[in-house]
Write a protein that binds this ligand. Sequence first.
Ligand SMILES: NC(=O)c1ccc[n+]([C@@H]2O[C@H](COP(=O)([O-])OP(=O)(O)OC[C@H]3O[C@@H](n4cnc5c(N)ncnc54)[C@H](O)[C@@H]3O)[C@@H](O)[C@H]2O)c1
Length: 392
Amino acid sequence: MQPSACIADDPLLLLVAGAKGAIGSTVAAAAHMLSEAPGEVLPSLTTCGDFDLGPCPDIRVSGWDPRSEPMSEAIKAHGVLPPELWQSLSQVLDRIPIERPPDRRMPFQEQVTHLMADIRRMQETHPGARPVFVNLLPAGPQPDQFPETPAQLYAQMDPGTFPDLAYALAAIRSGIPVVNFTPNLLALPVMVSEALGQGVPMAGRDGKTGQTYFKVVLASAFRARGLAVDGWYSVNILGNADGANLMDPERAAGKVANKTNLLDDLLGYRVGERYNRSTHQVRIDYYPPRGDAKEAWDVIDFRGLFGLPMSLRLNLQGRDSILAAPMVIDLARWVTLLKAMGRSGPMPELGLYFKVPVGENPPVTFQEQVWALERLARLCREAGGVTEEKKR
Ligand SMILES: NC(=O)c1ccc[n+]([C@@H]2O[C@H](COP(=O)([O-])OP(=O)(O)OC[C@H]3O[C@@H](n4cnc5c(N)ncnc54)[C@H](O)[C@@H]3O)[C@@H](O)[C@H]2O)c1
């Protein structure tokens, strides 16, 4: 059974923080390509493939970014897409309304009010579209406070340091589901209670696009065969703005932790225990010649029968934003459907898409993550009869 027309047909409106970044601008191009040349985009969406959610609706884009150049210039500057893919769309892309972010020095509560007004205007431009907030801001430092009330949030978190929190709170208070593709922690206790109170699903965090995706697949395979992982050395070289930003150790710490922590949980033991230190080592290096065409190397040492050592090498020559953009569209589809089903708060079932799935007891192995999505897709399809009231 396909989702009923009342769920599937309304366009989606992506409200993107970081709309002119490498991923944001690729999403904008992909969203417009969906109507011009759907065959170029649909095969990359899991929601049109293995976890079929029915026909993909129109996708509209709006959002925020401090970059002043038109969207087509941003696309050109990132160099993710060859000109022949987007040049014919440049006029349409340049008409995408992108707001400037609120001033960093504006107090937290005022930022939220300001962003809620932006959101209202963006929604008025696309009446009838189902909005989703997508966080594509640069990686930032990890908070050391975990506020439980709005008052604590305003007092403890500087929106200049943690700009995503004001965006996410504005979205939640506008009743809009949240996709957090960044390594930044948004699911603080206060944000989760706001989301539950507003009936808003939250998906996150840190998109699992390349190296970590294949790490989960391989680690699940090692575990299923009882092959003991002795060490896993991972290095990434990337030359885009995300890579440059991650040269700041404070900003990289969260990303490296997200890429590192999941392996022990998945395998069920501490990799490197016999050496009294973790031998799961992850490095990220900014290397300008690569641009968005990231390369990742993995060396995996493992042991089999009688503890005899073996080793595996993996070399991924990926494209960061090309891997990420369809996941963003998929996630927007999932969270709007989940909201229509009356789900709210963190959505651990979307673990396939994230390095650190939010919520309790997320699926850990690759198989569990696939099963969780299959179950979710079935539930979404069965919920085809949701009422208009539930949908908004
Ligand atoms: N590409 C991947 O494979 C991948 C995987 C997982 C996570 N991520 C994360 O996704 C995020 C986006 O990645 P990207 O490659 O597009 O980064 P990017 O640096 O190209 O884009 C970030 C954009 O945010 C804008 N920005 C900065 N401050 C802002 C503010 N206060 N309000 C609005 N916009 C603001 C910047 O101008 C820029 O255009 C990063 O956090 C990255 O770590 C990427």
